[in-house]
Design a binder for this molecule. Structure first.
Ligand code: PRP
Length: 219
């Protein structure tokens, strides 16, 4: 196998998976096997030395930092939280959402400065949350949850949450309202720093094709 033309791409399982396949196919990458992976986690790109790894979204930066994958697709939220040393190559535009602070509407709180001293904030993003509240000069206790974060304020575990919101439905259906924006989130293409140098020709070629597809518009 030619080490400079082979490529391993970490694809996040779940909500971004379809959009990633759509983008790669438009860029001329054969994703036929990836469309129907069954329970396989390593999926070849037919007729090439390329392959996909199907990974949990939160693990994509880890595979890429350690070089187990040369490239990966990941949401900016996960990338910020992971603090992994990877190269961010492209904003892919899809998977767009906002990272926000939200509270129960019934709390009447409209500004993060109105939160009580040392309020508890539940989140899947403890590092981003700690940084944000520290930068704002607000003392908060960060409670790490792995999902369904909106439950936190409802059951009295937390006074606020930091989470992503896409359509806003989950917030509304759980009686929550956003009171601050932390970041706009989209999917990013990331690369292992060594791979980016050693396989530059291969990676730059793919990035060029992806950029063209994105400029033309995905739909
Ligand atoms: C995400 C996020 C919100 C929801 C927002 O959760 O954490 O809960 O989606 O989407 P909406 O604004 O379109 O309603 P996800 O579905 O990934 O599940 P999780 O809460 O278990 O992490």
């Amino acid at each position: 196998m030619d080490k400079t033309t082979s490529l391993t791409i970490a694809v996040p399982k779940g909500r971004l998976q379809k959009a990633v396949i759509n983008l790669l196919e438009k860029a001329g990458v054969d994703c036929s096997e990836l469309r129907d992976p069954s329970r396989r986690l390593i999926i070849p790109v037919p007729g090439t030395e390329w392959r996909f790894l199907l990974a949990k979204p939160a693990d994509v930066p880890t595979y890429v930092e350690y070089g187990a994958a040369d490239l990966g697709v990941v949401g900016k939220d996960i990338l910020l939280e992971s603090r992994k040393d990877v190269a961010e190559l492209l904003d892919l535009g899809f998977g767009s959402c906002r990272l926000i602070v939200a509270v129960l509407e019934s709390s009447g709180i409209e500004d993060i400065r109105d939160l009580d001293f040392n309020s508890r904030v539940a989140t899947k993003f403890p590092k981003i949350t700690t940084d944000f509240f520290t930068r704002q000069g607000i003392q908060a206790e960060v409670v790490h949850l792995n999902g369904s974060v909106e439950l936190g304020p409802i059951v009295g575990l937390a006074d606020a949450i930091v989470d992503i919101t896409e359509t806003g439905t989950t917030l509304v259906e759980n009686g929550l309202v956003p009171i601050a924006d932390i970041a706009r989130v989209t999917s990013r293409l990331i690369a292992n720093r060594v791979s980016y140098k050693v396989k530059n020709h291969t990676i730059a070629g793919l990035v060029r094709r992806l950029r063209e597809v994105l400029e033309e518009g995905l739909d």
